[in-house]
Write a protein that binds this ligand. Sequence first.
Ligand SMILES: [Zn+2]
Length: 159
Amino acid sequence: MEHLTYTIDEVSFKGYYIPDIYNRVRRAINEWQKILGEYVTFYEFEEPTHNADITIRLGKVENRLNVAECKDLGNEWIITFAKDLEWDLGKTKFTNWLRKALGLGERFDRCILHEIGHVFDFPHSQDEDDVMHHNTKVNTISLYEAQHLKLFYKEHNGA
Ligand SMILES: [Zn+2]
């Protein structure tokens, strides 16, 4: 059984706390937990720590074409969301950074689900209905994709 710890870091702006991110990250973690539950348990560090396997934060992404990215540093993964991006769904146009961050929406849900998939080395899918499509349109993992990814995990981890 693989134990993976995660923490959510650097998601406040000028002292404002952005709770929505926490709920959305937890939702994505739960989704993966449901699928990989036989092999993986996730554990959240509620305080930011440098000991987590996965750190999720708002920051600067290296490839400017990406809205989010997952970087493997060898002993930890850093999932970064572009902090200068409008994370709302377009209904409300926010202007400043804080309001943009508060406007996190379904797009964030899709991205976090996708980026966590990279932690498991899941490759990109050609199917837009898959979470692992590079520009995914879904925020739940279909039964079909779940089966496929479980098999992939098993084969690559000797589980
Ligand atoms: Zn990707």
